[in-house]
Design a protein around this ligand. Structure first.
Ligand SMILES: Cc1cc2nc3c(=O)[nH]c(=O)nc-3n(C[C@H](O)[C@H](O)[C@H](O)COP(=O)(O)OP(=O)(O)OC[C@H]3O[C@@H](n4cnc5c(N)ncnc54)[C@H](O)[C@@H]3O)c2cc1C
Length: 441
């Protein structure tokens, strides 16, 4: 079952040309198209299925600086301000609020990890507060349990995954951009090593600039151009419950289960880091590069089945430009969730928060989280074809930084000052000496 997602009306006709074509309308593609259109560019945003229907509507909605890898921290701080700015500019609610995030634990090692991150982050100007036993009990009163400690990050927040990408796509249209749904980009046309067009299932768009923000599909798309992008997806299962539970924190993380308030008043329930590794040509060919990450998370990961292989998003086959591609036979990647994980998640959530015992399950779903070997995205316009910029591999925490990633993409394409440094996001970091370095948080 898919998660709730707002529908928007978009164009049917494909423009002949554009300043920039953005491929993929998740949070990254919609934000990139938004900032480019807002700067006056003629932008076309292509989506093979529905705007936001893959990872960007399947997540918890956390927009956090807390526990961010140092390489992403400035971007996450900027993104929080951009969430607010975009909602005002578009004039529609993105479900974003700085409601604060609450982390509770009885594990001293985990608490010390948070404390170590806090010492670093406070030096960077981040407001993150360690909680002692009494404060943790007070902030976590809804659990009715005692806790050894926790963290409160008051300036972080949540946005609504059911609305964010569609509302931002409406912002693209408001600024003169064209959004086309149910239209897959099959490939890139080049001339003398530079982009000259995008081949879609409905014809060609002439352009000199392309953003590939195709989420889990990015590596197989780049494979057609002979560009290697190490990417592997993990299947994460998640559920939501109906409105009705009172007095819960807006966003609570514990090692057992995490609970997040949704825009409709219900809650999303999930187990952090828990997932299935479904074998694909991508994970098999890239296994040695992803082993350090899988090894670090082995307690939470388990082998899955063949559904990812069948879905075709990590194929290493070459496809023809004049025939339907795997993207057209799989308009929306909507994997089956793990029944065991869902049952365990619900049981843990109801044990943690008794208020959840009286509210029924509303929806259950899964999402493929696309990851790089070091858990940090690639945002790079220098990947081997002039005019082609890759923005993918958001590695399970890209929703919150989507506005900043989109802004950075626009900065790079427009040649203006970038909102953060970019060196850490280069594709070339995945040379043999670097693969295997895994993000600490
Ligand atoms: C269960 C779960 C929980 C998560 N929780 C959080 C969280 O709390 N906070 C957080 O920050 N992040 C979270 N994430 C991660 C976050 O959702 C992703 O990092 C982010 O949404 C990735 O956005 P994206 O735009 O790169 O990819 P996607 O949202 O997957 O979008 C890519 C889009 O490209 C389209 N596409 C692909 N190829 C083509 C093509 N050739 N032509 C046209 N269209 C194409 C696809 O159809 C898709 O719509 C979570 C993810 C999951 C699955």
């Amino acid at each position: 079952m898919s998660p709730p997602l707002m529908s928007i009306a978009t164009a049917d006709a494909l423009p002949d040309s554009a300043d920039t074509v953005v491929i993929g309308a998740g949070i990254v593609g919609t934000c990139a198209a938004y900032w480019l259109a807002r700067a006056g560019q003629r932008v076309v945003l292509l989506e093979k299925g529905r705007v936001g229907a893959e990872q960007s509507s399947r997540n918890w909605g956390w927009c956090r600086q807390q526990n961010r890898d140092a390489r992403e921290l400035p971007l996450s701080t900027k993104s929080l301000a951009l969430w607010e700015q975009m909602a005002v500019d578009i004039g529609e609610d993105l479900g974003f609020s700085r409601c604060g995030l609450l982390y509770l634990s009885n594990d001293e090692k985990e608490i010390e990890t948070w404390a170590a991150w806090g010492r670093y982050a406070r030096g960077e100007g981040i407001d993150t507060r360690m909680l002692g036993t009494a404060e943790a009990a007070e902030r976590g009163a809804a659990t009715g349990k005692s806790w050894k400690g926790g963290v409160w990050s008051p300036t972080d927040g949540i946005a609504d995954p059911a609305r964010a990408a569609p509302v931002i796509a409406k912002g693209v249209i408001k600024h003169g951009g064209v959004v086309v749904q149910n239209c897959a980009a099959r490939g890139i046309e080049t001339q003398a090593g530079a982009v000259c067009g995008v081949i879609t299932e409905r014809g060609v768009i002439r352009t000199r600039q392309v953003v590939l923000s195709g989420g889990a599909w990015a590596a197989s798309f780049l494979h057609q151009l002979g560009i290697a992008f190490p990417q592997a997806a993990i299947r994460s299962s998640i559920l939501s419950v109906a409105p009705g539970a009172q007095g819960l924190p807006a966003a609570l993380h514990t090692a057992g289960v995490s609970v997040t308030r949704r825009g409709d008043g219900g809650c999303t329930l999930a187990i952090s880091g828990f997932g299935k590794v479904d074998p694909t040509p991508g994970t098999i060919f890239g296994a040695k590069y992803f082993l350090p990450m899988f090894a670090k998370r082995w307690r939470l990961l388990s082998p899955g089945g063949l559904q990812a292989w069948r879905a075709g998003f990590e194929t290493r086959a070459r496809w023809r430009m004049d025939r339907p591609t795997p993207m057209e036979s799989m308009r929306i990647l909507d994997p089956r969730p793990s029944r065991r994980t869902l049952d365990l998640t619900l049981a843990r959530a109801r044990e943690l928060l008794p208020q959840l015992r009286n509210v029924p399950v509303q929806a259950e779903w899964a999402g493929y989280i696309d990851s790089t070997p070091d858990g940090v995205p690639v945002i790079d316009g220098n990947i081997g074809v002039d005019g082609l910029l890759l923005a993918a591999g958001l590695s399970g925490h890209g929703f919150g930084i989507g506005p900043g990633v989109g802004h950075l993409v626009a900065d790079l394409l427009l040649g203006r000052e970038a909102i953060t440094e970019t060196a850490q996001y280069r594709l070339s970091r995945f040379d043999k000496s670097q693969w295997g370095k895994v993000s600490e948080f």
